[in-house]
Ligand binder design. Sequence first.
Ligand SMILES: NC(=O)C1=CN([C@@H]2O[C@H](COP(=O)(O)OP(=O)(O)OC[C@H]3O[C@@H](n4cnc5c(N)ncnc54)[C@H](OP(=O)(O)O)[C@@H]3O)[C@@H](O)[C@H]2O)C=CC1
Ligand SMILES: CCCCCC(=O)/C=C/[C@H]1[C@H](O)CC(=O)[C@@H]1CCCCCCC(=O)O
Length: 324
Amino acid sequence: MVVAKKYVVVAPFVGDPKPNNFTIVEEELRTLEQNEFLAEALYISVDPYQRIKLGHTIPYDMIGGQIARVIESKNPEYPVSALVMGHFGWRTHTIVHEDNAKSCGQKPYLYRLPDFGDLPVSLGLGVCGRVGNTAYFGLTDICKPSPGETVVVSGAAGAVGSHVGQIAKILGCRVIGFAGTDDKCQWLLNEVGYDHAANYKTVNIAEYLKQQAPSGIDCYFDNVGGELSSIIISQMNEFGRVAVCGAISGYNETDPEKRKGTFLQPYIVGKQLKIEGFLVNRLTNVRGNQLKMSIDKNKLSTISTGEPTYWPTDTKKISFLPKV
Ligand SMILES: NC(=O)C1=CN([C@@H]2O[C@H](COP(=O)(O)OP(=O)(O)OC[C@H]3O[C@@H](n4cnc5c(N)ncnc54)[C@H](OP(=O)(O)O)[C@@H]3O)[C@@H](O)[C@H]2O)C=CC1
Ligand SMILES: CCCCCC(=O)/C=C/[C@H]1[C@H](O)CC(=O)[C@@H]1CCCCCCC(=O)O
Protein backbone atom coordinates (compact mmCIF):
# COMPACT_ATOMS: atom_id res chain seq x y z
CA MET A 1 0.00 0.00 0.00
CA VAL A 2 1.27 3.49 -0.85
CA VAL A 3 1.25 6.16 1.85
CA ALA A 4 1.08 9.69 0.45
CA LYS A 5 2.35 12.74 2.29
CA LYS A 6 0.39 15.91 1.74
CA TYR A 7 0.36 19.49 2.96
CA VAL A 8 -2.76 20.60 4.79
CA VAL A 9 -3.39 24.27 5.57
CA VAL A 10 -4.23 24.40 9.28
CA ALA A 11 -4.01 28.10 10.15
CA PRO A 12 -5.21 31.13 8.17
CA PHE A 13 -2.52 33.19 6.45
CA VAL A 14 -1.78 36.52 8.09
CA GLY A 15 0.82 38.49 6.17
CA ASP A 16 3.47 36.28 4.61
CA PRO A 17 2.73 32.53 4.58
CA LYS A 18 4.75 30.74 7.28
CA PRO A 19 5.66 27.11 8.00
CA ASN A 20 3.13 26.95 10.85
CA ASN A 21 0.29 27.60 8.39
CA PHE A 22 0.83 24.01 7.26
CA THR A 23 1.10 20.53 8.58
CA ILE A 24 2.16 17.38 6.75
CA VAL A 25 -0.35 14.56 6.91
CA GLU A 26 0.06 10.94 5.82
CA GLU A 27 -2.72 9.39 3.78
CA GLU A 28 -3.07 5.68 2.97
CA LEU A 29 -4.05 5.30 -0.66
CA ARG A 30 -6.58 2.68 -1.76
CA THR A 31 -6.10 0.33 -4.71
CA LEU A 32 -6.68 1.71 -8.19
CA GLU A 33 -10.01 1.42 -9.94
CA GLN A 34 -10.53 1.15 -13.68
CA ASN A 35 -9.22 4.16 -15.65
CA GLU A 36 -7.26 5.49 -12.70
CA PHE A 37 -3.51 5.89 -12.35
CA LEU A 38 -1.14 6.57 -9.48
CA ALA A 39 1.13 9.59 -9.92
CA GLU A 40 4.30 10.28 -7.93
CA ALA A 41 5.32 13.94 -7.69
CA LEU A 42 8.67 14.97 -9.15
CA TYR A 43 8.29 18.77 -9.04
CA ILE A 44 5.73 20.88 -7.20
CA SER A 45 4.99 24.47 -8.15
CA VAL A 46 4.94 27.24 -5.52
CA ASP A 47 3.06 30.24 -6.92
CA PRO A 48 1.69 33.57 -5.66
CA TYR A 49 -1.91 32.75 -6.67
CA GLN A 50 -1.97 29.82 -4.22
CA ARG A 51 -1.97 32.39 -1.42
CA ILE A 52 -5.06 34.25 -2.67
CA LYS A 53 -7.11 31.46 -4.20
CA LEU A 54 -7.42 29.74 -0.87
CA GLY A 55 -10.83 30.75 0.39
CA HIS A 56 -11.71 27.34 1.80
CA THR A 57 -12.62 26.49 5.33
CA ILE A 58 -9.63 25.32 7.34
CA PRO A 59 -8.28 22.62 7.29
CA TYR A 60 -7.90 21.99 3.54
CA ASP A 61 -5.40 20.35 1.24
CA MET A 62 -2.88 22.74 -0.28
CA ILE A 63 -3.45 23.41 -3.97
CA GLY A 64 -0.88 23.60 -6.78
CA GLY A 65 0.40 22.10 -9.99
CA GLN A 66 3.00 19.38 -10.21
CA ILE A 67 4.99 17.32 -12.66
CA ALA A 68 4.50 13.69 -11.76
CA ARG A 69 5.45 10.26 -13.03
CA VAL A 70 2.86 7.51 -13.46
CA ILE A 71 4.00 4.61 -11.26
CA GLU A 72 0.92 2.38 -11.51
CA SER A 73 -1.90 2.48 -14.02
CA LYS A 74 -5.28 1.13 -15.03
CA ASN A 75 -5.64 3.75 -17.75
CA PRO A 76 -3.99 3.01 -21.12
CA GLU A 77 -3.82 6.76 -21.89
CA TYR A 78 -1.48 7.19 -18.91
CA PRO A 79 0.85 4.17 -18.87
CA VAL A 80 3.50 3.51 -16.23
CA SER A 81 6.46 5.92 -16.56
CA ALA A 82 4.45 8.56 -18.47
CA LEU A 83 5.04 12.11 -17.23
CA VAL A 84 2.07 14.37 -16.54
CA MET A 85 1.30 17.92 -15.43
CA GLY A 86 -1.63 17.95 -13.03
CA HIS A 87 -3.12 20.15 -10.34
CA PHE A 88 -2.84 17.54 -7.62
CA GLY A 89 -1.75 19.92 -4.84
CA TRP A 90 1.30 19.79 -2.56
CA ARG A 91 1.43 16.02 -2.13
CA THR A 92 3.74 13.14 -2.96
CA HIS A 93 1.33 10.58 -4.43
CA THR A 94 -2.08 10.98 -6.04
CA ILE A 95 -4.69 8.64 -7.40
CA VAL A 96 -5.89 10.35 -10.55
CA HIS A 97 -9.03 9.84 -12.57
CA GLU A 98 -9.30 12.21 -15.54
CA ASP A 99 -12.79 13.32 -14.48
CA ASN A 100 -11.85 13.86 -10.83
CA ALA A 101 -8.81 15.86 -11.84
CA LYS A 102 -11.18 18.59 -13.08
CA SER A 103 -12.54 19.16 -9.58
CA CYS A 104 -9.39 21.14 -8.74
CA GLY A 105 -10.94 24.06 -10.68
CA GLN A 106 -7.67 24.96 -12.36
CA LYS A 107 -7.11 24.54 -16.08
CA PRO A 108 -5.49 22.81 -17.78
CA TYR A 109 -6.29 20.12 -15.24
CA LEU A 110 -4.14 17.36 -16.57
CA TYR A 111 -2.06 16.57 -19.61
CA ARG A 112 0.79 14.31 -20.59
CA LEU A 113 4.10 15.99 -21.14
CA PRO A 114 5.78 15.63 -24.51
CA ASP A 115 9.27 14.15 -24.71
CA PHE A 116 11.58 16.86 -23.35
CA GLY A 117 14.69 15.08 -24.62
CA ASP A 118 17.73 16.23 -22.62
CA LEU A 119 15.87 19.14 -21.05
CA PRO A 120 14.67 18.92 -17.43
CA VAL A 121 11.02 17.97 -17.10
CA SER A 122 10.60 20.68 -14.43
CA LEU A 123 10.32 23.07 -17.39
CA GLY A 124 6.77 21.77 -17.69
CA LEU A 125 5.99 23.98 -14.71
CA GLY A 126 8.20 26.84 -15.89
CA VAL A 127 8.93 28.17 -19.33
CA CYS A 128 7.08 25.30 -21.04
CA GLY A 129 4.14 25.53 -18.67
CA ARG A 130 2.02 28.22 -17.07
CA VAL A 131 4.88 30.59 -16.31
CA GLY A 132 6.06 30.72 -19.92
CA ASN A 133 2.55 30.90 -21.28
CA THR A 134 1.61 33.74 -18.93
CA ALA A 135 4.62 35.72 -20.06
CA TYR A 136 4.25 34.91 -23.74
CA PHE A 137 0.49 35.26 -24.18
CA GLY A 138 0.14 38.20 -21.79
CA LEU A 139 2.82 40.15 -23.62
CA THR A 140 1.94 39.23 -27.20
CA ASP A 141 -1.88 39.14 -26.95
CA ILE A 142 -2.42 42.17 -24.72
CA CYS A 143 0.62 44.45 -24.95
CA LYS A 144 1.25 43.55 -28.59
CA PRO A 145 4.63 45.29 -28.62
CA SER A 146 6.25 46.40 -31.88
CA PRO A 147 10.01 46.42 -32.47
CA GLY A 148 11.61 49.55 -31.04
CA GLU A 149 8.89 50.14 -28.45
CA THR A 150 9.67 50.53 -24.75
CA VAL A 151 8.32 47.80 -22.47
CA VAL A 152 8.35 48.12 -18.67
CA VAL A 153 8.00 45.04 -16.45
CA SER A 154 7.36 44.96 -12.69
CA GLY A 155 8.16 41.84 -10.69
CA ALA A 156 10.84 41.62 -13.37
CA ALA A 157 13.08 39.14 -11.58
CA GLY A 158 10.24 36.73 -10.79
CA ALA A 159 9.37 33.63 -12.78
CA VAL A 160 6.95 35.43 -15.11
CA GLY A 161 8.80 38.75 -15.32
CA SER A 162 12.16 37.24 -16.21
CA HIS A 163 10.53 35.53 -19.19
CA VAL A 164 8.55 38.61 -20.24
CA GLY A 165 11.80 40.57 -20.47
CA GLN A 166 13.45 37.94 -22.64
CA ILE A 167 10.49 37.63 -24.97
CA ALA A 168 10.24 41.42 -25.30
CA LYS A 169 13.94 41.54 -26.24
CA ILE A 170 13.42 38.78 -28.81
CA LEU A 171 10.61 40.95 -30.25
CA GLY A 172 13.04 43.85 -30.64
CA CYS A 173 11.86 46.05 -27.76
CA ARG A 174 13.72 48.18 -25.24
CA VAL A 175 13.05 46.61 -21.87
CA ILE A 176 13.10 48.18 -18.41
CA GLY A 177 12.54 46.09 -15.29
CA PHE A 178 11.83 46.81 -11.63
CA ALA A 179 12.92 44.40 -8.93
CA GLY A 180 13.34 44.54 -5.16
CA THR A 181 17.12 44.16 -4.64
CA ASP A 182 20.26 45.46 -6.32
CA ASP A 183 21.45 41.88 -6.86
CA LYS A 184 18.28 41.02 -8.76
CA CYS A 185 18.78 44.12 -10.91
CA GLN A 186 22.34 43.09 -11.73
CA TRP A 187 21.06 39.64 -12.66
CA LEU A 188 18.41 41.17 -14.92
CA LEU A 189 21.04 43.27 -16.65
CA ASN A 190 23.88 40.77 -16.87
CA GLU A 191 22.10 37.48 -17.43
CA VAL A 192 18.48 37.99 -18.42
CA GLY A 193 19.23 40.73 -20.95
CA TYR A 194 17.15 43.65 -19.69
CA ASP A 195 18.35 47.01 -21.05
CA HIS A 196 17.73 48.78 -17.73
CA ALA A 197 16.78 47.56 -14.27
CA ALA A 198 16.17 49.44 -11.03
CA ASN A 199 15.44 48.65 -7.42
CA TYR A 200 11.94 50.02 -6.86
CA LYS A 201 12.59 50.18 -3.10
CA THR A 202 15.47 52.65 -3.37
CA VAL A 203 15.14 54.53 -6.66
CA ASN A 204 12.95 57.54 -7.43
CA ILE A 205 10.77 55.62 -9.88
CA ALA A 206 9.29 58.62 -11.72
CA GLU A 207 12.70 60.25 -12.21
CA TYR A 208 14.29 56.99 -13.23
CA LEU A 209 11.69 56.40 -15.92
CA LYS A 210 12.10 59.94 -17.27
CA GLN A 211 15.82 59.22 -17.67
CA GLN A 212 15.64 55.68 -19.07
CA ALA A 213 12.46 56.08 -21.12
CA PRO A 214 12.70 59.68 -22.32
CA SER A 215 10.28 58.94 -25.18
CA GLY A 216 7.74 57.41 -22.79
CA ILE A 217 6.47 53.89 -22.19
CA ASP A 218 4.51 51.95 -24.81
CA CYS A 219 3.78 48.71 -22.94
CA TYR A 220 3.60 47.79 -19.29
CA PHE A 221 3.47 44.19 -18.04
CA ASP A 222 2.09 44.60 -14.53
CA ASN A 223 2.85 41.82 -12.06
CA VAL A 224 2.57 43.84 -8.87
CA GLY A 225 -0.12 46.58 -8.90
CA GLY A 226 -0.07 49.31 -6.25
CA GLU A 227 1.86 52.56 -6.31
CA LEU A 228 4.74 51.31 -8.48
CA SER A 229 2.22 50.53 -11.22
CA SER A 230 0.47 53.87 -10.83
CA ILE A 231 3.73 55.74 -11.39
CA ILE A 232 4.56 53.64 -14.46
CA ILE A 233 1.06 54.04 -15.96
CA SER A 234 1.20 57.81 -15.43
CA GLN A 235 4.21 57.96 -17.79
CA MET A 236 2.77 55.97 -20.66
CA ASN A 237 2.58 57.15 -24.24
CA GLU A 238 -0.62 57.73 -26.16
CA PHE A 239 -2.28 54.39 -27.02
CA GLY A 240 -0.08 52.56 -24.49
CA ARG A 241 -1.07 49.02 -23.53
CA VAL A 242 -1.04 47.52 -20.04
CA ALA A 243 -1.29 43.77 -19.40
CA VAL A 244 -2.46 43.38 -15.80
CA CYS A 245 -1.08 39.97 -14.86
CA GLY A 246 -1.13 40.15 -11.07
CA ALA A 247 -1.15 42.37 -8.02
CA ILE A 248 1.43 40.73 -5.80
CA SER A 249 2.14 43.91 -3.84
CA GLY A 250 -1.26 43.40 -2.18
CA TYR A 251 -1.49 39.62 -1.72
CA ASN A 252 -0.12 39.63 1.82
CA GLU A 253 -1.51 43.02 2.77
CA THR A 254 -4.31 42.86 5.32
CA ASP A 255 -4.72 46.62 5.88
CA PRO A 256 -7.23 47.94 3.27
CA GLU A 257 -5.85 51.48 3.73
CA LYS A 258 -2.54 50.31 2.29
CA ARG A 259 -4.25 49.03 -0.84
CA LYS A 260 -5.57 52.46 -1.85
CA GLY A 261 -4.15 53.77 -5.12
CA THR A 262 -3.60 56.90 -7.15
CA PHE A 263 -6.42 58.47 -9.19
CA LEU A 264 -5.33 57.21 -12.65
CA GLN A 265 -8.33 57.97 -14.85
CA PRO A 266 -6.97 61.28 -16.24
CA TYR A 267 -3.92 59.45 -17.60
CA ILE A 268 -5.97 56.56 -18.94
CA VAL A 269 -8.40 58.86 -20.75
CA GLY A 270 -5.90 61.52 -21.82
CA LYS A 271 -3.46 59.00 -23.26
CA GLN A 272 -6.21 56.65 -24.49
CA LEU A 273 -4.60 53.69 -22.75
CA LYS A 274 -5.77 50.09 -23.01
CA ILE A 275 -5.58 48.28 -19.67
CA GLU A 276 -6.61 44.64 -19.67
CA GLY A 277 -6.49 42.01 -16.97
CA PHE A 278 -6.09 38.39 -17.96
CA LEU A 279 -5.88 34.89 -16.60
CA VAL A 280 -3.50 32.79 -18.60
CA ASN A 281 -6.05 30.02 -19.04
CA ARG A 282 -8.29 32.30 -21.13
CA LEU A 283 -5.49 33.18 -23.49
CA THR A 284 -4.19 29.65 -23.78
CA ASN A 285 -7.76 28.41 -24.36
CA VAL A 286 -8.27 30.94 -27.15
CA ARG A 287 -4.93 30.03 -28.65
CA GLY A 288 -5.01 26.36 -27.83
CA ASN A 289 -2.94 25.33 -30.82
CA GLN A 290 -0.18 27.69 -29.86
CA LEU A 291 -0.21 26.39 -26.29
CA LYS A 292 0.38 22.89 -27.60
CA MET A 293 3.02 24.16 -29.96
CA SER A 294 4.72 26.09 -27.23
CA ILE A 295 4.97 22.95 -25.16
CA ASP A 296 5.80 20.62 -28.01
CA LYS A 297 7.99 22.68 -30.23
CA ASN A 298 8.34 26.45 -30.07
CA LYS A 299 9.54 26.96 -26.52
CA LEU A 300 11.68 23.86 -26.46
CA SER A 301 13.40 24.57 -29.75
CA THR A 302 13.91 28.16 -28.72
CA ILE A 303 15.42 27.09 -25.43
CA SER A 304 17.69 24.54 -27.01
CA THR A 305 19.19 27.26 -29.19
CA GLY A 306 19.95 29.28 -26.09
CA GLU A 307 17.03 31.61 -25.53
CA PRO A 308 14.99 32.23 -23.57
CA THR A 309 17.12 31.03 -20.70
CA TYR A 310 15.54 29.43 -17.66
CA TRP A 311 16.64 29.15 -14.06
CA PRO A 312 14.97 26.16 -12.44
CA THR A 313 14.77 26.01 -8.65
CA ASP A 314 14.99 22.48 -7.35
CA THR A 315 14.30 22.22 -3.65
CA LYS A 316 14.65 18.41 -3.62
CA LYS A 317 12.67 17.75 -0.45
CA ILE A 318 8.96 18.23 0.05
CA SER A 319 9.64 19.60 3.56
CA PHE A 320 11.13 22.76 1.99
CA LEU A 321 7.93 23.83 0.25
CA PRO A 322 6.64 26.51 2.69
CA LYS A 323 10.07 28.19 2.75
CA VAL A 324 10.01 28.51 -1.06
N1 LIG B 1 -2.80 36.31 -14.72
C1 LIG B 1 -2.37 35.07 -14.70
O1 LIG B 1 -2.94 34.17 -15.30
C2 LIG B 1 -1.18 34.76 -13.90
C3 LIG B 1 -0.69 35.72 -13.08
N2 LIG B 1 0.42 35.50 -12.35
C4 LIG B 1 0.88 36.61 -11.53
O2 LIG B 1 2.15 37.02 -11.99
C5 LIG B 1 2.84 37.65 -10.93
C6 LIG B 1 4.24 37.08 -10.83
O3 LIG B 1 4.16 35.70 -10.57
P1 LIG B 1 5.50 34.82 -10.50
O4 LIG B 1 6.49 35.39 -11.43
O5 LIG B 1 5.12 33.40 -10.58
O6 LIG B 1 5.97 35.16 -9.04
P2 LIG B 1 7.38 34.94 -8.32
O7 LIG B 1 7.06 34.40 -6.99
O8 LIG B 1 8.35 34.24 -9.18
O9 LIG B 1 7.93 36.43 -8.18
C7 LIG B 1 7.21 37.35 -7.52
C8 LIG B 1 8.09 38.57 -7.21
O10 LIG B 1 7.25 39.68 -6.97
C9 LIG B 1 7.97 40.62 -6.25
N3 LIG B 1 7.17 41.33 -5.25
C10 LIG B 1 6.69 40.83 -4.10
N4 LIG B 1 6.06 41.79 -3.41
C11 LIG B 1 6.17 42.91 -4.14
C12 LIG B 1 5.75 44.25 -3.94
N5 LIG B 1 5.12 44.62 -2.81
N6 LIG B 1 6.00 45.16 -4.90
C13 LIG B 1 6.66 44.80 -6.02
N7 LIG B 1 7.10 43.55 -6.26
C14 LIG B 1 6.85 42.61 -5.32
C15 LIG B 1 9.10 39.88 -5.54
O11 LIG B 1 10.31 40.30 -6.11
P3 LIG B 1 11.06 41.62 -5.63
O12 LIG B 1 12.12 41.20 -4.69
O13 LIG B 1 11.58 42.12 -6.91
O14 LIG B 1 10.07 42.53 -4.99
C16 LIG B 1 8.85 38.43 -5.93
O15 LIG B 1 10.04 37.71 -6.08
C17 LIG B 1 2.02 37.45 -9.67
O16 LIG B 1 1.29 38.61 -9.43
C18 LIG B 1 1.09 36.30 -10.07
O17 LIG B 1 -0.08 36.33 -9.32
C19 LIG B 1 1.11 34.32 -12.42
C20 LIG B 1 0.66 33.31 -13.23
C21 LIG B 1 -0.57 33.42 -14.00
C1 LIG C 1 -5.64 39.62 -8.06
C2 LIG C 1 -5.63 38.18 -8.55
C3 LIG C 1 -4.53 37.97 -9.54
C4 LIG C 1 -4.28 36.49 -9.74
C5 LIG C 1 -3.23 36.32 -10.76
C6 LIG C 1 -2.75 34.92 -10.76
O1 LIG C 1 -1.73 34.61 -10.19
C7 LIG C 1 -3.54 33.96 -11.48
C8 LIG C 1 -3.22 32.68 -11.44
C9 LIG C 1 -4.08 31.67 -12.02
C10 LIG C 1 -3.30 30.49 -12.46
O2 LIG C 1 -2.96 30.57 -13.78
C11 LIG C 1 -4.21 29.29 -12.29
C12 LIG C 1 -5.28 29.75 -11.41
O3 LIG C 1 -6.20 29.08 -11.04
C13 LIG C 1 -5.03 31.14 -10.99
C14 LIG C 1 -6.31 31.94 -10.90
C15 LIG C 1 -6.47 32.43 -9.54
C16 LIG C 1 -7.65 33.34 -9.49
C17 LIG C 1 -7.71 33.96 -8.13
C18 LIG C 1 -9.02 34.63 -7.95
C19 LIG C 1 -9.12 35.11 -6.57
C20 LIG C 1 -10.52 35.25 -6.18
O4 LIG C 1 -11.28 34.29 -6.36
O5 LIG C 1 -10.85 36.31 -5.68
